[in-house]
Ligand binder design. Structure first.
Ligand SMILES: C[S@@+](CC[C@H](N)C(=O)[O-])C[C@H]1O[C@@H](n2cnc3c(N)ncnc32)[C@H](O)[C@@H]1O
Length: 346
């Protein structure tokens, strides 16, 4: 498999100067969530009116002003996405008491409106259910009705397509697509509209303040989305890179990536994380193959032999679409040069 390149930029995605129009095949990202307190200062820095609206207790206005800033990024995101490309936005809603009133701020529906207004097609999305065992997870008036509220234990993974379905016309493109297929049993798990098997991320870097600022999503979310909605050799963009989860996932799965992060410290964390990701990524690839072999063994036990054979690995697969699968195995990430890191595969 050919090498991949990962561009990790420090900057403000509202500008996105270094990303060419129609050059990106997939977007995987999670923005700062409007009306979640940890992001108040960031949004106030982007638009001075945010702090005023919050201090007046005008939640609706603050919510709109924050989304206005995200809209600028979504506009750029849509213009750098190729026809047929897909955008995956991981976003949670927010609950907050302002001006004496507790309410829900529906970030997900505001983001849907923004993408639809830009002409993208909304696709069936995924609910990421991340159950919490915390005793304080319940909101409101406890055991006394009627002012208690369901806990927010899910986030939305919103999916959009730019234009019509992507086409693969040359023999080389078709082969690249077939190499990037996923296993039948992976399809059955990944393409469910509720992901209940992925826990929230424990933030492990540099102390409490940094943990709160990074708000990473679990790498399994990004890896799945990359495998589901792009092919090997594609370019994946994350305009809110944080600790670089999307860049590592892209490298892991044989895709190129571009990440933009406004915070210089986090950008440095991403570079180091990607540089040190070889073991984690090669283990992930090996695990995919082992999981498949375990699936084959379970099928055999029930007397259900699989009909097709993988050309590369020689093991059985369920459908003819899986016969050319090649799972990339990351072998090395070269020293960063300028803003780039190059990855190679065994
Ligand atoms: C929810 S976090 C994303 C975390 C990321 N998915 C990860 O796994 O680490 C949002 C990130 O966007 C960054 N950010 C906020 N506004 C930005 C902007 N205008 N341009 C680029 N990055 C921005 C924040 O510093 C933060 O790291």
């Amino acid at each position: 498999m050919e090498g991949t390149r990962h561009l990790i930029l420090r900057g403000d995605s509202r500008e996105m100067r270094r990303v060419e129009r129609e050059s990106v095949d997939l977007v995987v990202t999670s923005p700062p969530y409007p009306m979640i307190q940890m992001w108040d200062a960031l949004f106030s820095g982007m638009n001075g009116k945010v702090a005023g609206a919050l201090s007046r207790g005008d939640g609706e206005r603050a919510f709109e002003l924050m989304h206005d800033e995200l809209d600028i990024v979504w506009k750029r995101t849509c213009s750098v996405l190729r026809e047929g490309g897909i955008a995956c936005i991981v976003i949670g809603d927010a609950t907050r008491k302002l001006g004496g009133a507790f309410r829900l701020y529906q970030n997900h529906s505001r983001v849907v409106s923004s993408f639809v207004a830009r002409g993208l097609q909304p696709l069936p999305g995924i609910m990421w259910v991340k159950q919490s065992n915390k005793p304080n997870k319940f909101l409101g008036s406890g055991m006394l009705p009627p002012s208690a509220y369901p806990t927010l234990e899910h986030e939305h993974i919103l999916l959009f397509r730019k234009g019509l379905n992507r086409t693969f016309s040359t023999a080389a493109e078709k082969q690249r697509r077939r190499r990037s297929a996923y296993f039948w049993e992976e399809r059955n798990r990944w393409f469910s509209d509720a992901w209940v098997d992925i826990k929230g991320e424990r933030q492990r870097i540099g102390g409490e303040q940094m943990s709160r600022r990074s708000a990473s999503f679990p790498i399994e979310i990004a890896r799945r989305l990359v495998c589901m909605f792009s092919v090997q050799g594609d370019t994946v963009l994350d305009p809110f890179l944080g600790r670089g989860t999307t860049a590592v996932s892209a490298a892991c799965c044989g895709r190129n990536s571009i990440g933009i992060e406004i915070d210089g410290i986090l950008r440095g964390v991403s570079v180091r994380r990607l540089s040190g990701s070889v073991k984690e990524c090669s283990t992930y690839s090996a695990r995919r193959l082992e999981n498949h072999m375990e699936y084959v063994a379970r099928r055999r036990k029930t007397g259900n032999e699989l009909r097709y054979v993988s050309r590369k690995y020689g093991f059985p697969v369920t459908t003819s679409q899986e016969t050319d699968i090649e799972v990339p195995v990351l072998a090395a990430v070269a020293e960063p040069h300028e803003d780039c890191l190059d990855a190679s595969y065994s």
